[in-house]
Design a protein around this ligand. Structure first.
Ligand code: NAD
Length: 446
């Protein structure tokens, strides 16, 4: 088994082809997102000296479920949709992970996101495994009725493969609390005669009036802010007065921007699918959130100037927070970036080439499995509340979330100091150390 050398970075590990990838016959395309994710994980496994059997188990998901289902459109014709549910690993507990509605949903991407969920849950030490789902669909082309029927048919297509103690979905890109409510209702209806309340416990991220948790909507953004508050002082950047730029201004980044603003940070550039805006004196994220909700994006916000894509990336900031889609930080954009820290609010936001450039430039990368773990952590609190029929106060949710995020950040720093590696490898190692311990005591059946 190869051993990573001191100071080896995840970007360097990405450049090689791990022997286990050959053994399992993985594609060799270096831009394949699944390969990128697996190689970082295997590099961290090597660092810890994890057994070959654990490495091959984690290198592939346990189950890859692919479904096709017809949906009646408003004009009366039926359209066939493709959906996925990937169950990566359940050594620590039920599979857990969101499902997305997006035209670019592909098997390898969903596999990659499911693997990251396994790592995320293990890093924050919540008793869940990792899963992810998705439907290849452009929600902007659907009426509300069509969206509801796609949701309900997707739920019924995978209903036999999930369960409140087996696999618990949640929202992701293109899905929201309303969609989780339709999903829960469909599960309840198809589960009639059994425990109807399973429908409430089988999915998280629901509306508060239907079993959702207070604080879930802002949880991922809150977690990004909690991790930055814990880690930045050690990097010599006080949160009070720090500057930030935000790529994406949806659920995660609009909350991260607003919460960081309350902590005294200044956002000077924001981009989303509608455009790029900049104001060196600071953008009011509360006002921007209202504008984006009313108009569908950040473009045309009166409190900032429109700028070019290049201007956006070149804006000099302390912290750049990508919170849009995967693989957006290409080598060109990485060259343009002028930041000390990149906090990955989105999963796998940079391409392998982009990642290599950021590492070479000395940008400190706070990895997604740490930075955006706040969402799944509060999903866990929602599931706990649903199972025990209690309601936590917003203060209790925030306090417990902060405790989990701070401990996960400290765990990551401890592994970095111990193994002299970058933060991404350290976060994977801190997660894998826990999973490795569980396999050690459980053994492998039979
Ligand atoms: P969202 O759909 O609410 O927001 C996505 C944002 O990305 C929007 O502002 C959109 O305009 C922007 N965007 C899309 N395409 C773009 C493009 N080409 N250029 C610039 N901006 C673009 O999604 P979200 O829930 O905020 O999730 C954002 C990321 O965070 C995703 O990668 C998701 O997987 C990850 N994440 C979300 C959660 C959660 O709880 N919502 C938890 C963990 C990780």
């Amino acid at each position: 088994m190869s051993t990573a050398t001191e100071n080896q970075s995840s970007a360097e590990l990405n450049g090689k082809h791990h022997p286990i990838c050959d053994e399992l016959g993985f594609p060799t395309d270096p831009d394949n997102l699944y390969l990128q994710t697996v190689e970082v994980m295997l590099g961290a496994c090597d660092l810890l000296g994890l057994q070959h059997r654990v490495q091959i188990i984690l290198a592939q998901p346990k189950n890859e479920i692919m479904v096709h289902f017809p949906v009646r459109m408003d004009d009366g014709h039926h359209k066939l949709f493709k959906g996925y549910r990937i169950q990566h690993n359940n050594a620590l507990g039920p599979y857990k992970g969101g499902f997305r509605f997006h035209p670019d949903v592909h098997l390898d991407d969903v596999k990659s996101l499911a693997l990251l969920m396994t790592m995320k849950c293990a890093l924050v030490r919540i008793p869940f495994g990792g899963g992810k789902g998705g439907v290849k669909v452009n929600t902007r082309e659907l009426s509300e009725g069509e969206l509801q029927r796609v949701t309900r048919r997707y739920c019924s297509a995978i209903a036999n493969e999930i369960g409140p103690d087996y696999d618990i979905p949640a929202p992701d890109v293109g899905t929201n609390a309303q969609i989780m409510a339709w999903f829960a209702d469909t599960y309840m209806m198809s589960n009639e005669g059994k425990d109807a309340n399973d429908g409430i416990r089988v999915v998280t991220g629901k509306p508060v009036e239907f079993g959702g948790s207070l604080g879930r909507e802002k949880a991922t953004g809150q977690g990004v802010a909690d991790v930055l508050a814990e880690m930045l002082p050690g990097i010599g950047i006080p949160v009070q007065g720090m500057t930030a730029s935000l790529l994406g201004f949806g659920n995660v980044n609009s909350w991260a921007g607003r919460i960081l603003q309350d902590m005294g940070a200044k956002t000077t550039a924001v981009a989303d699918h509608t455009g790029f805006i900049r104001n060196e004196n600071g953008i009011d994220c509360n006002a921007l959130a209202k504008h984006a909700e009313a108009t569908g994006g950040v473009k045309g916000f009166a409190g900032a100037d429109d700028c070019t894509e290049e201007d956006f990336y070149r804006t000099k900031v302390d912290v750049f927070i990508p919170g849009a889609l995967e693989q957006m930080i290409t080598p060109q954009r990485a060259e343009w970036l002028d930041c000390k820290v990149m906090a990955e609010a989105a999963n796998a936001p940079s391409t392998p080439g982009g990642d290599r450039i950021l590492v070479a430039k000395g940008v400190e990368i706070i990895p997604a499995i740490l930075a955006n773990a706040g969402g799944v952590t509060v999903s866990y609190f929602e599931w706990l509340q649903n199972k025990s029929s209690v309601v936590w106060s917003a203060e209790q949710v925030d306090r417990e979330l902060n405790r989990h995020m701070v401990l996960a950040a400290r765990r990551t720093l401890k592994f970095r100091n111990e193994y002299k590696c970058d933060l991404r490898t350290a976060a994977f190692a801190a997660a894998l150390d826990h999973i490795g311990d569980v396999y050690k005591v459980r053994g492998i059946f039979p």
